[in-house]
Design a protein around this ligand. Structure first.
Ligand code: GRF
Length: 193
């Protein structure tokens, strides 16, 4: 578990690729007294990510790193994180896979949220796959990131019922509502709060 030193909040970078609704909920949470983290940096691989233009990200430092044909990009990100004294990373809808080398540099300090009850439905298109398999439940998972996709130690999960006539979109909406609650809860748990 991550240890809190003194009373200072742990400087955190959130990595996004798209809408950023989890980013939004993490920022809201980070501003509460009970939050052990502050969101100091937003990193995206996608310049068009809606999350970069959310209302509550205005005052937070943002940077886009293009992964295309840029094999040294992770080194650049690591340098940037260091320059900004980042201590922890929350992946929130970040669609790039980070290398073992990168993950080792932040060992035990990278969290991810995934829209399924891991270890079921790792990877993409989770909602449709759960529906196709006639699952009664799906949900979301916050886990530590290791070098295998969606496979690190699970911190917290939340179940969601799959109803009759469920579609991937309706399920995604239901799960997302729970994701916004689960990520802050998982962070509190990581800090033993
Ligand atoms: C979430 O469902 C997250 O679990 C998945 O991608 C989605 C991102 O949504 N990895 P948002 O960008 O946080 O709105």
């Amino acid at each position: 578990m991550v240890k809190l030193t003194g009373y200072k909040k742990v400087k955190t970078a959130v990595f996004i690729s798209g809408t950023g609704s989890n980013l939004k909920s993490l920022i809201k949470f980070s501003k509460t007294r009970k939050s052990p983290i502050s969101v100091n940096l937003i990193i995206s691989n996608n310049p068009k990510a809606k999350g970069l233009r959310l209302e509550n990200v205005n005052k937070i430092k943002k940077k886009v790193f293009s992964f295309e044909k840029n094999y040294k990009i992770e080194d650049k990100i690591l340098t940037f994180l260091e320059e900004n004294e980042i201590q922890m990373i929350c992946l929130a809808g970040f669609m790039k896979i980070l290398s073992r080398n990168f993950i080792n540099k932040f060992k035990g300090k990278i969290l991810n949220i995934h829209p399924s009850l891991l270890p079921k439905y790792k990877g993409l298109n989770t909602h449709q796959r759960a529906i196709n398999d006639n699952e009664k439940f799906s949900g979301c998972t916050v886990h530590f990131v290791n070098s295998k996709l969606d496979s690190g130690k699970i911190i917290l999960q939340k179940k969601v019922k799959i109803t009759e006539n469920e579609t991937k979109n309706s399920l995604a909406r239901k799960v997302l509502v729970q994701e916004h609650k689960l990520y802050p809860k998982a962070i509190l748990k990581v800090f033993n709060l």
